[in-house]
Design a binder for this molecule. Structure first.
Ligand code: NAP
Ligand code: MG
Length: 399
């Protein structure tokens, strides 16, 4: 059987358990079937440190050039990681760097299988969370305030116009933070959401706390409405879908009572938190896919979970872990399908579909990793290691 040819995609390798699984997926599920063509960037923490994090910036630039990227989970360093890896600096989150470079929106959707019932019994279809991937608390400036004094917010305009406002007159020590966002990024966010909703023909919900944040959050609400009215109202009507704005508190209540099958657009922090809640309620964080879509049509696919550190430490001791590779496999299949779509490479897009079917077929036949076995009460379930699961998927793919 001749292997399927493809144009290059950007491959961003990562850390710990997911780095191990990354290699297994390539060896067992991709290379035997494809002439796998990637431009490789090692975003593992040791190489980020060795390159002063230049490798992350280069990988993001490559994603803009090749339009399709697939990324492994990576460590976001904290004080403990600086110590553990003897880092020169506490490098920024690679995801934050890549998101900023692409100015895109992250769409996270659960992978559903009949074997795993969502905790919320009314959910019948996936809920996709669209997370604004720019600014807010992720790019905030913050201080520990050492003691009494005045905090002020100052804006100095290019044309000389400026504003100054007292934030707080501290009578004791405390904390202080300032966040920013910009209209161009919010507009790009809105456009990505409306475009994505049209492409999957699902309603789009958007929520903020505009009753409390009368400048910041209200700006998001107004920009969404303006872009919708000017560019999307007719297209949505023609597609039979709706755009709907509500307060985030109301959205949370409605989401829990819903049947699913819509996109929920959230500001950066809300999207971070809510996607973990939604993915857990759908089953497992390990069954959540994530794609960063930039308004000019670049796509970066990854799993929503992290590097699964606790499993990695057990792996280092020689244990065969039962870490779920499904979201990482779907990151690859998502990227390969998109490459196929963009290039008119039908064989490649078909392969992506067959790979996903093989994964879902394996789970439906009762073979799954421990995290899923815990959620699935069926008596015929067989809990397997990562390597055994991947081998079972390969067998289905070959069969
Ligand atoms: P995590 O890697 O997502 O793992 C948290 C826990 O969730 C695991 O200990 C495991 O639970 C379960 N889990 C997650 N993925 C799983 C999988 N594929 N199969 C089975 N169980 C899975 O989050 P974390 O431990 O908070 O973070 C670890 C590192 O990942 C951190 O350094 C963080 O910076 C990084 N991170 C990276 C990304 C990214 O690159 N996108 C995202 C999040 C976190 P049990 O131990 O109970 O089995
Ligand atoms: Mg999170």
């Amino acid at each position: 059987m001749s292997k399927i040819k493809m144009n290059p995609i950007v491959e961003m390798d990562g850390d710990e358990m997911t780095r191990v699984i990354w290699q297994e997926i390539k060896d067992e599920l991709l290379s035997p079937f494809l002439e796998l063509n990637t431009e490789y960037y090692d975003l593992g923490l040791p190489n980020r440190d060795a390159t002063s994090d230049r490798v992350t910036v280069e990988a993001a630039e490559a994603a803009k050039r090749l339009h399709v990227a697939v990324k492994c989970a990576t460590i976001t360093p904290n004080a403990q990681r600086v110590e553990e890896y003897k880092l020169h600096e506490m490098w920024k989150s690679p995801n934050a760097t890549i998101r900023a470079a692409l100015d895109g929106t992250v769409f996270r959707a659960p992978i559903m299988t009949p074997r795993i019932k969502p905790v919320v019994s009314t959910w019948e279809a996936p809920i996709t969370i669209a997370r604004h991937a720019y600014g807010d608390v992720y790019k905030a400036t913050e201080y520990r305030v050492p003691g009494p004094g005045r905090a002020e917010l100052i804006f100095t305009g290019k044309n000389g116009e400026s504003f100054r406002e007292t934030v707080y007159d501290y009578e004791c020590a405390g904390v202080l933070q300032s966040m920013f966002n910009k209209d161009t990024s919010i507009e790009a966010f809105a456009r990505s959401c409306f475009e994505y909703a049209l492409s999957v023909r699902q309603d789009l919900w958007f929520s903020t706390k505009d009753t409390i944040s009368k400048q910041y959050d209200q700006t998001f609400k107004f920009i969404f409405q303006r872009v919708f009215d000017a560019e999307y109202a007719e297209k949505f009507a023609a597609a039979g879908i709706e755009y709907f704005y509500t307060l985030i508190d109301d959205a949370v209540a409605r989401v829990i009572r819903s049947k699913g099958g819509f996109i929920w657009a959230c500001k950066n922090y809300d999207g971070d938190v809510m996607s973990d809640m939604v993915s857990t309620a759908f089953g497992s964080l390990a069954m959540m896919t994530s794609v960063l879509v930039s308004p000019d049509g670049n796509f970066e696919y990854e799993a929503a979970h992290g590097t699964v550190t606790r499993h990695y430490y057990r792996y280092l001791k020689g244990e065969q872990t039962s870490t779920n590779p499904v979201a990482t496999i779907f990151a690859w299949s998502g990227a390969l399908r998109k490459r196929g779509e963009l290039d008119g490479n039908r064989e490649l897009a078909d392969f992506a579909g067959r790979l996903e079917s093989a994964v879902l077929g394996t789970i439906n036949s009762g073979t799954m990793t421990g995290d899923l076995a815990l959620l699935c009460r069926d008596p015929d379930v067989k809990k397997v290691t990562t390597a055994q699961f991947i081998a079972a998927v390969r067998k289905k793919l070959e069969g």
